[in-house]
Design a protein around this ligand. Structure first.
Ligand SMILES: Nc1ncnc2c1ncn2[C@@H]1O[C@H](COP(=O)(O)OP(=O)(O)OP(=O)(O)O)[C@@H](O)[C@H]1O
Length: 302
């Protein structure tokens, strides 16, 4: 569980993060979105205790990031945006070092390091210097260090940036597995990734929260209304259609097609079909339009 309350970060005259609140539960994967400079990394740094907030609080599994930093470090795994690694260390050596920072010792530590190497797919590269690894494999080392102490909360800042499509697929599968019993927050600019992985999405723009919603409901919420496209065999009298409760407007288009606007979050297709039957209209097609995440993102972050 992660609870962010009225969190702000002021840099000089700029509110990089401005009074944002949201929470994420166990077993939930939250996509954290926003354009460049929106404040995502700053929020993640505050949520992991790497940067003190100017105002507000973050609690991880009930522990306050500022007043219980040691408890928080035990419970959070963090992959920072620029994934700082010691390039002159070997993969095993580095992970053993991170394991010891978390209090792991001896054989249990070696076993845990090997488990992480296998889990993130470092296999063939595991005996190399970190500096000799490609970007994708460095990212995997970053993930392994975030997971080594089996934290309940994972905060991943752009975990798939710079990876090839095969690697992206593997890392997504890993995130999906981890999300089954952990709380996962990850930021990304790859919107289909959010649709593929996340149950919920938070969008911030210029430091402010502009959406906090299940992915499936985001389109209707952002649009403020639902659009239905209907096609009939003949031109219809739109008056009874307009009179249906929940219908906000009907516009005729070419070829006996109609664009019907309904209240957000409603599904009027059943009512429209029944009305068509009553009125003896031959209904050729009825389709509810979905706004893509990309359209929603663009409209909320202009
Ligand atoms: N240490 C700092 N000092 C001053 N300004 C900062 C500092 N860190 C971040 N900022 C500013 O805060 C704003 C938010 O930056 P942040 O890195 O959190 O954005 P982001 O959403 O992660 O962007 P991106 O998608 O480009 O990674 C930016 O305008 C940035 O210049």
């Amino acid at each position: 569980m992660v609870e962010v309350q009225q969190l702000s970060k002021i840099f000089g005259a700029q509110a990089a993060v401005n009074d944002i609140s949201f929470s994420v539960g166990k077993g939930e994967i939250l996509g954290f979105l926003g354009p460049n400079g929106a404040g995502k990394s700053t929020t993640m740094k505050m949520a992991t205790g790497y940067l003190p907030p100017s105002h507000g609080t973050v609690k991880l599994e009930g522990y306050d990031v500022q007043t219980d930093p040691l408890e928080v470090r035990r419970r959070v795994g963090y992959l920072p945006e620029h994934n700082p690694l010691y390039l002159d260390m070997y993969v095993h050596e580095y992970l053993e070092f991170i394991g010891s920072v978390h209090g792991l010792k001896g054989q249990p530590r070696r076993t845990r390091v090997q488990q992480m190497v296998d889990r993130v797919g470092l296999g063939r590269e595991q005996n190399k210097l970190i500096g000799a690894l490609s970007k994708g494999y460095r990212q995997r080392v970053g993930l392994a260090q975030a997971l080594i102490h089996d934290p309940g909360v994972l905060i991943l800042d752009e975990p798939t940036t710079g990876l090839d499509p095969n690697q992206i697929g593997e890392i997504r599968t890993l995130i999906r597995e981890l999300g089954q019993d952990k709380t996962v927050i990850f930021s990304t600019h790859i919107l289909p990734e959010v649709t593929a992985l996340c149950s919920r999405v938070v969008i911030i723009n210029r430091g402010q929260l502009v959406a906090d919603s299940p992915v499936s409901e985001l389109g209707a919420k952002a649009a403020g209304e639902t659009i239905i496209r209907a096609e009939f065999e003949q031109a219809i009298d739109v008056a009874p259609l307009r009179a249906l409760p929940g219908i906000l407007g009907v516009e005729a288009e070419a070829g006996n097609r109609y664009r019907i606007r309904a209240a957000a979050g409603t599904d009027m297709r059943g009512a429209i079909s029944r009305l068509a039957a009553q009125q003896d209209w031959i209904l050729l097609g009825l389709r509810q339009e979905e706004q893509s995440l990309e359209q929603v993102f663009q409209s909320l972050t202009k």
